[in-house]
Design a protein around this ligand. Structure first.
Ligand code: GRF
Length: 196
């Protein structure tokens, strides 16, 4: 089967990356994971990816003089791996408009809120502090506006009395792992169609 070659970018735990790798191990999944890239050498998810035989690459942003130089190295690696799609999965670097333009319509991100609510960090703390009754997660196309691109898929969970940010985060994370593979499948199918 013809699959869309996908890079997953991480900075830490990598549980969403693992969910994507698991989904992509199915014969009929339209994306294959071409590589996993981290900007941090200590990202826990790297070992998992390596154990699955996926090429891993650390590109440490601190080793570069500027954001642009870091992104040039990242872009060069991705192109060298014939990557067609990018899934950001807890990747904690803000990307420039220039980098994003090079992957227009081919880069997605998972965010732990019901966008457009709670862009940025500490989403669960803020939802609880506001007395929100519903929380959730969103997969969106990455555009130059941080957490502001078109939403592809969302899932809701209830906020329950007594929830701490960690408890709520765990409830949302389960849904992240469910919807992110679905959204990647859609993106991959579109890319394959465009190729034909
Ligand atoms: C997830 O909550 C994701 O929504 C956000 O960062 C977290 C990454 O977790 N963008 P993990 O590394 O995928 O476990």
């Amino acid at each position: 089967m013809n699959k869309a070659r996908t890079a997953i970018l991480i900075s830490g735990r990598g549980s969403n990356m693992m969910a994507l790798v698991e989904a992509a191990s199915a014969a009929d999944f339209p994306a294959e994971i071409a590589c996993v890239v981290s900007n941090r050498a200590d990202a826990k998810g790297l070992d998992f990816a390596a154990g699955r035989g996926i090429p891993i690459r650390v590109i440490d942003h601190k080793a570069f003089a500027s954001r642009e130089a870091f992104e040039a190295a990242l872009d060069a690696y991705l192109r060298s791996m014939n990557v067609e799609a990018i899934a950001l999965a807890g990747f904690m670097r803000v990307l420039t408009a220039q980098f994003i333009a090079g992957w227009d319509g081919r880069m997605i991100n998972i965010h732990p809120s019901l966008l457009p609510a709670y862009k940025g960090l500490h989403t669960h703390e803020r939802a609880i502090a506001d007395g929100a009754k519903v929380a959730g997660c969103s997969v969106h196309l990455v555009t130059a506006e941080l957490d502001g691109g078109p939403v592809l898929l969302q899932a809701e969970v209830p906020v329950l009395a007594g929830d701490t940010p960690d408890v709520l985060a765990a409830r949302v994370l389960k849904e992240e792992h469910r919807i992110y593979p679905q959204a990647l499948a859609w993106l991959a199918e579109r890319i394959i169609e465009e190729r034909e």
